[in-house]
Design a protein around this ligand. Structure first.
Ligand SMILES: C[S@@+](CC[C@H](N)C(=O)[O-])C[C@H]1O[C@@H](n2cnc3c(N)ncnc32)[C@H](O)[C@@H]1O
Length: 220
């Protein structure tokens, strides 16, 4: 009899515990493990090493917000989102119109990427902190009212495109803001030229390089 009661209690105890856990909206966040597992669930254009850099930068961002320009199917967004979840839980604004677009390197993008993006946010629980904004920087930035602690630019890599995106967000940066650029090492691409110009102003220091990403810090 005792055995049966113990079994029943055990059964209910297990069930109660399980229900409590399932009711917790952040259960999947709290169960967060190594970032690489999340990376494997993504499709995108940066390597694990580059994504880990973004993850670490986001994890160390404890105030204001993170802005990403160019989300595609959500790979870098997951790096930023998981970093935020494991760090200060600051909002991550993912800015990408997800309209037909051909990049300077020949990549073609469009609305199908929006669907993949949503799926990736669900599969990685990043929707807890990621806010997708389906517009481009110039439509959005004039009315923006939040300071940005981390800016990741991976949209249009033409010089005019990357400069436009950077100039849109510049008024919203604060001293100490990190700005990470993808495709920053190829002299034929816009980010390389823009970074050279920014370093010449003396207002930015280059603080990290990983793969094709360069990270500047706003110092003056
Ligand atoms: C190279 S992909 C981004 C890759 C993504 N960051 C990743 O980790 O895989 C470039 C993206 O920039 C987007 N894009 C192009 N022009 C843009 C703009 N003005 N503002 C924001 N995103 C833009 C494209 O729609 C495309 O999804």
């Amino acid at each position: 009899m005792k055995k049966i009661i113990t079994k029943i209690l055990k059964y209910f105890g297990y069930t109660i515990q399980k229900i409590a856990k399932e009711d917790d909206p952040f259960k999947d966040v709290l169960e967060s493990s190594a970032f690489e597992e999340f990376f494997q669930k993504t499709e995108g254009m940066i390597s694990l090493e580059e994504a880990t850099l973004l993850y670490e930068l986001a994890k160390n961002t404890l105030d204001h917000c993170i802005v990403e320009v160019g989300s595609y199917r959500g790979r870098s967004t997951v790096a930023l989102g998981r970093g935020s979840l494991d760090g200060g839980m600051v909002p991550v604004y993912a800015i990408d119109p997800h309209e037909e677009f051909t990049g300077i390197l020949g990549g073609s993008f469009g609305p199908a990427d929006r669907g993949a993006f949503f799926q990736t946010m669900l599969a990685t629980s990043c929707y807890h902190v990621v806010r997708l904004i389906n517009l481009s920087s110039e439509q959005l930035s004039p009315n923006w009212n939040q300071k940005i602690s981390l800016l990741w630019i991976d949209g249009d890599h033409s010089y005019e495109g990357v400069k436009r995106d950077f100039d849109c967000w510049l008024p919203h940066l604060t001293l100490g803001t990190f700005i990470a650029f993808d495709d920053s090492k190829d002299p034929k691409l816009g980010p390389y030229r823009l970074i050279e110009e920014l370093l010449e102003t003396g207002k930015f220091d280059k603080v990290r390089e990983v793969g094709k990403i360069s990270v500047l810090k706003f110092v003056y």
